[in-house]
Design a protein around this ligand. Structure first.
Ligand SMILES: Cc1ncc(COP(=O)(O)O)c(C=O)c1O
Length: 381
């Protein structure tokens, strides 16, 4: 049955209700303020701001629909630099890892073995019906072949769900996984028919710190998730890489997860800009982290690695002319961290250390994790 013609007044009424001007909520200069705050924010390396140059570049990308084919979302470049056959663009690292695991897992019962601090831990049961074997590394730093052998499940014993995937993370809390250990675990896994997945959200940092190519670092893995929205400073985006057959299946699962995207050109344009212009900034971030670590040691603060604790910052923040922004337990440096913010953080912690020393009952302990994360906690003595 055809509808009666809707009046222009009715359309105008609905249009008036749904229209929305977000710019009214962005006062002039507020983004400049935000950028200066980001330079002093140690909460996470996801808290960066796209630059005008990044946005200008991104708006020139192509206008296709990625479920059909978006030319600028040139995933073959990511496949090539990671040494894999194919790649698939994802909204987030969480989605990329979860689809990555789901694509490997065909028929329960199955288990995923991972570090007990790993990100993929959360969600694999929900999305894949997988049991997880979380393993605490004996050395407190990274899983070893022995850790894996002691916890992996294979063979005919029906009491335990077989390990189908070993999922590693590099960096993990900012620490670098030794490549020879990864190779040993991978050779063992493959000899038992177990797949190797890597959460390589911050693999860029490993490449920047070790000088090894992505291809070499990722060679031991069947699938890898890399993120562009963390250390590299793109606003959104991750990629899953693997064999052609694997990525074809992942593309189907991505659609089922609600991750089929449309005009992704503007996102992949930002990613391309980040890869080109922001990767070379990582050595500076690492140098700042090393400077922070060394200065804290000089202050007499105990440096421990790795550990997650809570930030000792109360009381002293007001003494700074410009505030520092600190999260619960971590201090993370990123490509837009300013050197003056690091200097202020060092004097802040020096002041806390002095105050606590005078008070005589608490000594600050700072935990510098690998190359970009610094953790601070208070311990009673
Ligand atoms: C190592 C690692 N993997 C995965 C994720 C999840 O990424 P996203 O926040 O893009 O979902 C994070 C988040 O910070 C992470 O640190």
């Amino acid at each position: 049955m055809s509808q009666a013609k809707v009046s222009d007044a009715a359309i105008a009424q609905i249009a008036g209700e749904i229209k929305f001007d977000i710019l009214a909520g962005v006062p002039e200069g507020s983004n400049d303020l935000k950028r200066s705050q980001i330079a002093r924010t140690f909460i996470s390396d996801t808290i960066t701001a796209p630059t005008k140059e990044m946005f200008t570049y991104a708006t020139m990308a192509s206008l296709g629909d990625d479920v059909y084919h978006e030319p600028s979302t040139e995933q073959t470049h990511i496949a090539r630099i990671t040494g894999k056959e194919a790649a698939l663009f994802m909204v987030s690292g969480t989605m990329s890892n979860q689809i990555g695991l789901r694509t490997h897992l065909m028929q329960p019962p199955y288990t995923i073995l991972c570090d007990n601090r790993a990100h993929i831990f959360k969600g694999a049961g929900f999305h894949s019906g997988a049991a997880v074997t979380p393993v605490a590394p004996k050395n407190g730093h990274h899983l070893t072949l022995d850790d894996v052998k002691n916890n992996v499940v294979y063979g005919p014993d029906v009491h335990f769900a077989p390990t189908e995937v070993i999922a590693l993370e590099n960096t993990l809390n900012g620490t670098i996984f030794p490549q020879d250990e990864i190779i040993a675990i991978s050779e063992f896994a493959h000899s038992k028919g177990i797949k190797m997945h890597l959460d390589g959200a911050r693999i860029w940092h490993v490449a920047a710190e070790t000088g090894k190519s992505l291809k070499e670092l990722l060679e031991p893995f069947d699938s890898v998730s890399v993120c562009f929205s963390k250390g590299l400073g793109a606003p959104i985006g991750s990629c899953l890489v693997g064999s052609k057959e694997y990525i074809t299946r992942a593309r189907r699962i991505r659609l089922l997860f609600g991750g089929g995207m449309r005009q992704t050109g503007i996102l992949s344009g930002s990613v391309a800009y980040a890869l080109t212009h922001n990767f070379p900034l990582l050595p500076r971030v690492h140098a700042l982290s090393h400077k922070l670590e060394k200065s804290l040691e000089d202050i007499g603060v105990t440096i421990l690695s790795p550990a997650e604790t809570c930030m000792a910052n109360s009381g002293t923040r007001a003494a700074l002319p410009e505030p520092l922004f600190l999260g619960g337990s971590r201090v993370v440096l990123h490509i837009q961290t300013s050197e003056s913010a690091v200097d202020d953080l060092i004097s802040l912690i020096a002041t806390i250390a002095e105050e606590k020393r005078k008070a005589g009952f608490v000594k600050p302990e700072v935990q510098v994790n690998g190359h970009q994360d610094v953790y601070v906690r208070r311990v009673a003595h």
